[in-house]
Write a protein that binds this ligand. Structure first.
Ligand code: AKG
Ligand code: FE2
Length: 330
């Protein structure tokens, strides 16, 4: 069991965040995920090469250098290729995503579920608000990215995870777990948190704006953060940061020469709304009804493909509650 100690659970609830050191073995737990993403990057390289957008597939380069090179030379970034979730608009039947076995195993990792169980109990639902985030060094981003793309691949603005989901999940006990696949440092853009900010509950957010490059995505205005204690949280590969859905956080800039690569996953007790009803979750662990647990990556992958098909056909649903014309956004 990788259960948390009562002291750790207390700290999580008091501070709104908790770093669990060495939750995973970087080699045996995270290694397979990195190996799988080598294949995803290879597929991207071959696709772009076949389209004439790359002179080479750069198969000889290590992951970070290869990705940077491919983004630079193709003149744009390709985050959706790697993600195990869908975007919030312009979903097509062929929108890329990656729902592979190593990713699925990571979401279901017993050490992770043991830690989550210590916080929310043994009836655990995998919430579909989940991402891999691969952030290239700012100095190596392709020139001429439009403002929205640029800001989405740079630092993440201040927000609470409760702010990026729908009201229906306001009472759900959603726990975020963020962990890097390679060491996350202040230089390469680890997260920063506002300790104890969860105690104040949900604060107003402002939705995406294409005019304001640093304000892309649902975000809390900088003026709300001014004067508060901001704590950068470097996390080594193998360690993990747990946060409540009310904890205010952002990421720092990637000023290093390599990509910053992380997973963020969420869990809530089975039966509580996830806040993103158009995306599929699944039962990750259930002591009461073990037969309802999902163990089959093919089924998981099919759930995402089905969601993609439905969203490509229908109207774009609303993903959050915020109004850009509210006084809080002026
Ligand atoms: O990795 C990032 O830059 C942002 C992550 C985040 O906001 C989260 O995990 O909730
Ligand atoms: Fe977040």
């Amino acid at each position: 069991m990788a259960a948390l100690t009562p002291q750790q659970v207390l700290q999580f609830h008091e501070e709104g965040f908790l770093v669990v050191e060495d939750l995973f073995d970087p080699e045996t737990d995270i290694g397979p995920v990195l190996a799988e993403y080598e294949q995803v990057l290879d597929r991207l390289a071959r696709d772009l090469h076949a389209k004439g957008l790359l002179a080479s597939t750069y198969a000889e380069l290590p992951f970070s250098d290869r990705l940077i090179r491919i983004y630079e030379e193709s003149g744009t970034v390709h985050p959706q290729y790697f993600d195990f979730s869908l975007p919030q608009n312009n979903i097509r039947e062929d929108t890329p995503m990656w729902t592979g076995p190593a990713v699925f195993n990571m979401i279901r990792h017993p050490k992770l579920l043991d830690a989550i169980e210590s916080i929310i109990g043994p009836e655990i639902y995998s919430n579909p608000v989940q991402h891999i985030r691969i952030k290239p060094p700012e100095s190596r981003l392709p020139a001429n990215l439009d403002a929205v793309t640029l800001s989405s691949i740079k630092q993440t603005p201040w927000h609470q995870d409760q702010g990026v989901i729908k009201e229906e999940a306001d009472e759900s006990e959603i726990v975020t777990v963020w962990f890097p696949l390679r060491d996350a440092t202040e230089e390469n853009g680890c997260l920063a948190v506002v300790p104890k900010s969860h105690q104040e509950g949900l604060v107003p957010h402002c939705p995406a704006s294409s005019e304001n490059a640093t304000g892309f995505g649902v975000h809390i205005k900088e003026r709300v953060i001014e004067g508060r204690t901001v704590l950068p949280v470097p996390v080594k590969a193998g360690s993990a940061l747990f946060m409540t859905k009310e904890t205010i956080h952002s990421s720092l800039r990637n000023l290093s020469d390599h990509v910053r690569i992380s997973f963020d996953l969420r869990y809530n007790p089975i039966g509580q709304p996830t806040g993103r009803p158009d995306f599929p979750g699944f039962v990750a662990r259930s002591n009461e009804r073990p037969d309802t647990e999902l163990h089959d990556v093919e089924i998981w992958s099919a759930l995402w493909q089905e969601a993609r098909r439905a969203l490509a056909k229908g109207e774009t649903p609303k993903f959050n509650r915020w109004d850009p014309n509210s006084p809080a956004c002026a």
